[in-house]
Design a protein around this ligand. Sequence first.
Ligand SMILES: C[S@@+](CC[C@H](N)C(=O)[O-])C[C@H]1O[C@@H](n2cnc3c(N)ncnc32)[C@H](O)[C@@H]1O
Length: 384
Amino acid sequence: MKAKAKAKATDPQKRSEDALRLNAICPYYTMFPLDFPLEHLAAKPDATRVLDPFCGRGTTLYAARLAGLPSVGIDINPVAAAIAQAKLTKVTPGAVVRLARQILNSDRLDEVPEGEFWHWCYEEQTLREIVTLRKNLMAMDTPTAAMLRAILLGILHGPRNKGLPSYLSNQMPRTYASKPAYAVKFWKARGMDPVRISALDVIARRANYLLRSTPIPQGGRVYLGDSVETLREIRNKFDLVVTSPPYYGMRTYVADQWLRSWFLGGLPEVPYNSSGQIARQPNQEAFIRALAEVWAATAQRCHRGARLAIRFGALPSARKDPKRLVVDSLHQANAGWIVKEVRPAGTSPKQARQAEQFGKAGSAVEEIDVVAELNSRRPNSQNR
Ligand SMILES: C[S@@+](CC[C@H](N)C(=O)[O-])C[C@H]1O[C@@H](n2cnc3c(N)ncnc32)[C@H](O)[C@@H]1O
């Protein structure tokens, strides 16, 4: 049964396109395409539980669910954890809409943020609805609330389209939130006043589209926290790890998602502190050491013979060789990971490169895929 489910999920001919929709609930910077984890699930047919210690929007977790396997994801960014959470959840569109309506009819309101940005970004009543949904959802942790929260993160900002609106904001990219001063200048220069958009209508359309045919949930969990600390606490054992650490030189994961971070309870401004982010290491050696710690902690939670697939990149401005960074970190981990394969990302016929999804800025990023296997001899296991 499991083998059948895996074959169906990993074979593009056999899988249903409707079942893939939930994966696109909200974009996330440097997310990898679903085909990347699906390819490694197909290459490890005896896998029983999957891990992603830098799970981002939960692409690996969703691939595992499609393949009929439980999974665990860890991410230090609350936006990532909230999106990933939805990938493990099954709720009906009706339940999501009912919860949204119930919240919007409640009188639990919150202060509306003030200032030019907010005035231009959202029409007054739309902003009041967003604030009400934000305040109420912050106190809820049911699966329906998790799904509604992730849907709202996905519709909070994006382009203004011609037909029925898909996003609640004035014109903005959907992948990242513009900085306030830039956005206000943009809207003012074009005389683009925000228009009234009913949050409930957009939520209902989105829920009906995304949740029409979701795969059976397979269990698992998303942890919000540092991967090394979390891996030391969990008890599960894994045989497949598919992951993508923060790209070297990329320091804007949190700042670029400032509006979504605000929605989850952050301050109504661009945060300059992103503590715990591995990409914030002061230099290359520190970055390699930090990654090595993750691979060592991962090995402790893996069975012998486990497969580790890593997609990694470095921004051109960092002038670093991504292959060297990953391979050195695996060696420095001294945990039994044997490098089996290194190739440019996306050279497998089915795969698009991760950076391609981000247009011009991303296309210069050099990306590689590295596959390692956990050797039966684990050199430093006596020290732990
Ligand atoms: C390249 S992204 C992962 C994208 C993911 N593969 C996807 O498809 O969405 C790297 C992630 O690592 C997370 N991260 C950075 N430092 C971390 C840490 N110390 N512990 C856990 N996650 C961390 C970032 O927040 C970011 O979401």
